[in-house]
Design a protein around this ligand. Structure first.
Ligand SMILES: *[C@@H]1O[C@H](CO)[C@@H](O)[C@H](O)[C@H]1NC(C)=O
Ligand SMILES: *[C@@H]1O[C@H](CO)[C@@H](O)[C@H](O)[C@H]1NC(C)=O
Ligand SMILES: *[C@@H]1O[C@H](CO)[C@@H](O)[C@H](O)[C@H]1NC(C)=O
Length: 187
């Protein structure tokens, strides 16, 4: 008992506390042409080995006002895509410019081949992943899509990080989305 208590105390002092968990999807910022956070380039590489990321506005880690807009199924094409794909504005995103250390915690959808690398990457929040964006909500099954809500920034209470594609193979050898551990770090 005593030994256990002491060793877990030591362990948490050495390892630090894993702050949060969530899900990572992947996006090519080099091809996107703009990000929600003012003053940051739309590029996978944010300098000093730091990768770009967008934070979902339903994430517990989100601070500041949520993105504008609302869900309107008539903007969806009925098979996962959108017709009117106009995105909402996201001003005042509180995590803009903040960095997080991300590690893989497993496949998000039960892939049986592949594994986590054990390596972490540092990401900087330069964009938003709005739950009110048709390119996100039209993927839900209720609008004819087939993407789980927690893999398109549509799940309340789930930390959703849309991370630069160039970081994907560093985190794991899974082909698709992954569960992640998230820790706030300095940039
Ligand atoms: C929903 O989207 C349709 C098509 O884009 C648009 O015509 C309509 O005004 C929207 N409805 C609301 C309530 O915003
Ligand atoms: C809906 O949009 C998706 C994604 O853009 C596209 O792949 C699909 O072919 C579209 N479906 C229809 C019926 O237009
Ligand atoms: C596109 O969607 C936006 C937001 O729902 C709406 O304000 C606008 O009227 C729509 N445009 C068209 C052409 O349907």
């Amino acid at each position: 008992m005593k030994f256990l208590a002491l060793s877990s105390l030591l362990l948490s002092a050495v390892v630090g506390v894993v702050a949060d968990s969530g899900i990572a999807t992947f996006n090519n910022y080099d091809a996107q042409g703009g990000v929600a956070c003012p003053g940051f380039p739309s590029s996978n590489n944010q300098g000093n080995g730091i990768y770009a990321a967008a934070l979902g506005d339903l994430s517990p880690l989100w601070t500041g006002p949520k993105c504008a807009g609302s869900i309107n199924g008539s903007n969806c094409n009925g098979s996962g895509g959108c017709i009117n794909c106009t995105g909402p504005s996201c001003s005042g995103e509180g995590q803009c410019g903040n960095c997080f250390s991300i590690t893989c915690a497993g496949s998000a959808d039960g892939e049986t081949s592949g594994s986590c690398s054990g390596q972490s990457v540092k990401v900087k929040v330069v964009d938003a992943c709005p739950s009110s964006h048709p390119e996100n909500y039209c993927k839900l099954s209720q609008f004819g899509g087939n993407v789980p809500a927690n893999q398109c920034c549509e799940a309340a209470g789930v930390n959703a990080f849309d991370i630069a594609t160039s970081a994907q193979s560093i985190l794991s050898s899974y082909k698709y989305n992954i569960n992640i551990n998230i820790q706030a770090v300095s940039c």
